[in-house]
Design a protein around this ligand. Sequence first.
Ligand code: SF4
Length: 471
Amino acid sequence: MTELGATTEPGRDAGLAKKLFIKTFGCQMNVYDSARMADVLAPLGYAPAAGPEAADMIILNTCHIRDKAAEKVFSELGRLKPMKLARARAGGDLIIAVAGCVAQAEGAEIQRRAPHVDIVMGPQTYHRLPELVARATRAAGGAGGRGILDTEFPAEPKFDGLPEAAAPQGISAFLTVQEGCDKFCTFCVVPYTRGAEYSRPPADLVAEAGRLVAQGAREITLLGQNVNAYRAAGPDGRSWGLGRLIRALADLPGLARLRYTTSHPADMDDDLVAAHAEVPLLMPFLHLPVQSGADRVLAAMNRRHRAADYRRVVDRLRRARPDIALSSDFIVGFPGEDEADFAATLALIEAVGYAQAYSFKYSIRPGTPAATLPDQVPAAVKAARLERLQALLRDQQAAFNRAAVGRTLPVLLERAGRHDGQLAGRSPYAQAVDVAAPEGLLGSVVPVAILAARPNSLAGRLAAADRQVPA
Ligand code: SF4
């Protein structure tokens, strides 16, 4: 969860200067969306607020992926209610908006249970924020909400209505290239909350990436719910997949690194795999969720691949880029999962070997097909399986990090480190690295001799430049 004041300069009309506070839950796509909402509101005079107390407008940008996501939003809204009431008593106004996937999935429920909310808007309607805010401003303020709901999937693409990103994102930036998902995994709300797959035009993305680099970005992570399903008409009149887009972006002067997330194994086409071999800027790290190692469970999840298909994708990737490090998502205790299925998942983990991974107990998402499946796995069984699975993944991650000790890795220095005189960055394999280095090296890719491995990070010292391996 991240908190962000609107990161843009105050509006041009100083008389309209107002403060905006956005609290972001969930994934990097939501972080990107929050920054774009701040961009949309900047021309209306909204500038960053240091905290919710100082804000004229608060947006909760919500995520529906994790367990009890909606309840977390309702408790957050409960905390904001007295703030809105106090503001009204003092003759002021506070606009409260809920955006993101919980807003899309539970819009009516939010209006029923939290009537002090002014605006509820789905992820596809951020470009309409000025109009929604204008409607809220025209309506009477006070302690009650204005009851504005916009959870449509508009015909016009959201990105066409968004202004150019104004706020620099820093050294490591995100760029949403694709949204939505047509896969309909039975446990997932994304196809319902984000809608059908949509890919942004390559020319727009090259231009936006160029602006990010001009603002100081050295690394860009391409985002999409199903990012490798990316497909759009290129300026050459051909259909571009993600591999082609990556090659175009890799030509941007000043850009040092590219990454992308999140991928579906079934969309790992030959050109994208080849890009891992041929594009030096594309980092040798890939988050490639598999969820389960059991074909029976994968079928029940509607994942559209078997365990062996996933293993073949991994083999192709490793042939293209032998040092590629992998990450994955795992769901433990999906309805109907038995001991043999779980053992198959452990076997797949052993066979593939992961540098890091995310793992969760299955939990019901209302409105998804899996929510009504029989054979829900008892909570205690899920907990025990998750513990075993996480122990194995922890061992693999620790071994992967230990294997870096004694090597010299190129590290992109992104921010101040935990201690004075330290900077923090990432290895090509997405490992966090702490190193003593002068601030002037921020934004540089430097060779770092790795001296120690911790469970979740590495520590090293600056090495001689001639020992650098390519970024
Ligand atoms: S591919 Fe990913 S985003 Fe799409 S339905 Fe499956 S889990 Fe959800």
